[in-house]
Design a binder for this molecule. Structure first.
Ligand SMILES: [Zn+2]
Length: 434
């Protein structure tokens, strides 16, 4: 925890259009004693003289009331807009899935209790000096140019993604109630198994695990690296790297008895797993790639936790990276607004996440942000085991009014957004699997 000295003030500086070099200068300005970066907002503790300088540099600045201390602030993650925040809390910066809020002592106590209990509804984090919570792509230092050979590989893989095939799979999946207690969950499981199994070279198994005493199943397919490697010197089985691509296929709604089409959450991501499996089956790769449709996510990440638990250490050591997708097709403005994606990971895996940001810059028109406070989806099961993992999630999911409702149907989706996210993912996978 950090606190402002009495002579300093807390302020929020608008850095949405700063760019990496101006932002770097701002962070190092004399009088700025510490900062926390949250997307387009930079929270600073600053002296009066420093504040003058910040304003002179042309940044719009919102000075917080003098009685507000850093201890009164929290970073919260994954508060769906339908879930009210505790009474006595005020949003200071709204960056979609991530928000900076200020609370009175009662609100902060409620939030800290949620954090202590690891509430599945809300991730709650203190404000930390020098921490990048959420980073806009425009504020990231650009990566050096990739070779033309790599650029061609990336473009080739992205070009193989079919929006029509993905859309057909979304509609198929959304036709079943995929709640873990529903017969539709088993029908969807069997359909995913046969769909993955129809991809040339794919070996498919079903992994059973328990959710609160009830049987549930992940569907797991593997493409081994010797296929389509097209180059001599493909490593032997034990020496190959392993990539994992996953997304949950179970769904939920208001009551277990009502329909749970889960088109956005998460037919969109599960269909994404199937589409990337087809693309990678046709893309040269020397590493092994596992494609997995998880279940039991909505009850608390049970499927991905079981997958990680049962993976032998020798297999964990081979993992080069894990991509999970959860909700990749909702855009508040449809395809007329900006198409935006959030990549979520831990800061120690920033270099892994950058492969996706770079791919997005090369082959899509996506607006990308990267969050380093991971929360609430299957990527967390892998990150908790120390494995490099990212979640790709659309930037507007928390504004989706049909979230976890019987009305989460395909007509609410923007296929163009999912197509762009899948192109980003296919490009990054092609380079890593090579
Ligand atoms: Zn989900």
């Amino acid at each position: 925890m950090v606190s402002a000295t009495p002579a300093e003030q807390l302020a929020i500086v608008n850095i949405a259009a700063a760019g990496p070099s101006k932002l770097g200068n701002l962070k190092n300005l004399a009088g700025v004693s510490w900062w926390t970066e949250i997307g387009g907002s930079l929270l600073v503790s600053v002296t009066p003289a420093g504040l003058m300088k910040v304003k002179k540099t042309g940044f719009a600045t919102n000075i917080l009331a003098s009685e507000i201390a850093a201890d009164d602030l929290r970073v919260i993650v994954a508060a769906h807009d339908s879930k009210p925040l505790p009474a006595g809390s005020v949003t200071l910066a709204d960056e979609g899935r991530i928000r900076l809020i200020e609370g009175d002592s009662g609100a902060i106590a409620v939030l800290d209790q949620m954090a202590a209990e690891k509430s599945p509804a809300l991730g709650v984090f203190p404000v930390e000096a020098g921490r990048v919570v959420l980073q806009l792509q425009s504020n990231q230092t650009p990566t050096s140019k990739m070779s033309s050979r790599h650029a061609a590989m990336l473009t080739d893989a992205a070009g193989k993604v079919s929006r029509e095939r993905w859309w057909g799979d979304v509609q198929k999946l959304a036709g079943w109630n995929r709640h873990i207690s529903a017969a539709g969950n088993i029908q969807a499981r069997d359909w995913i198994k046969s769909t993955l199994g129809a991809i040339p070279g794919m070996e498919v198994t079903v992994q059973e695990f328990k959710v609160q005493g009830r049987a549930a199943w992940n569907v797991v397919g593997i493409l081994t690296g010797e296929r389509l490697a097209q180059e001599s010197g493909v490593p032997a089985a034990g020496d190959r790297g392993l990539l994992v691509v996953g997304g949950h296929f179970d769904s939920t709604s208001e009551r277990t008895s009502s329909a749970a089409p889960g088109a956005e959450d998460n037919a969109s991501g599960a269909a994404g797993v199937l589409e990337l499996a087809r693309v990678m089956a046709e893309t040269p790769h020397s590493q092994d790639i596992i494609f997995v449709a998880f279940s039991g996510e909505e009850q608390g990440l049970y499927g991905s936790a079981a997958f990680v638990d049962e993976l032998p250490d020798s297999e964990k050591e081979r993992i080069r990276g894990v991509l999970t997708m959860d909700m990749i097709a909702y855009a508040k403005g449809g395809n007329t607004g900006p198409l935006a994606v959030l990549i979520e990971t831990e800061s120690e895996h920033a270099a892994f996440a950058k492969k996706f940001t770079d791919s997005a810059a090369a082959v899509t028109k996506l607006k990308v942000s990267t969050s380093y406070n991971p929360f609430g989806s299957d990527h967390v099961s892998f990150l908790d085991a120390g494995l490099p993992a990212i979640l790709a999630i659309d930037a507007d999911w928390n504004r989706y009014g049909d979230y976890h409702r019987s009305t989460d149907t395909p007509d609410k989706l923007t296929p163009e957004l999912a197509h762009e996210i899948l192109k980003m993912n296919a490009g990054a996978l092609a380079l890593m699997a090579h």
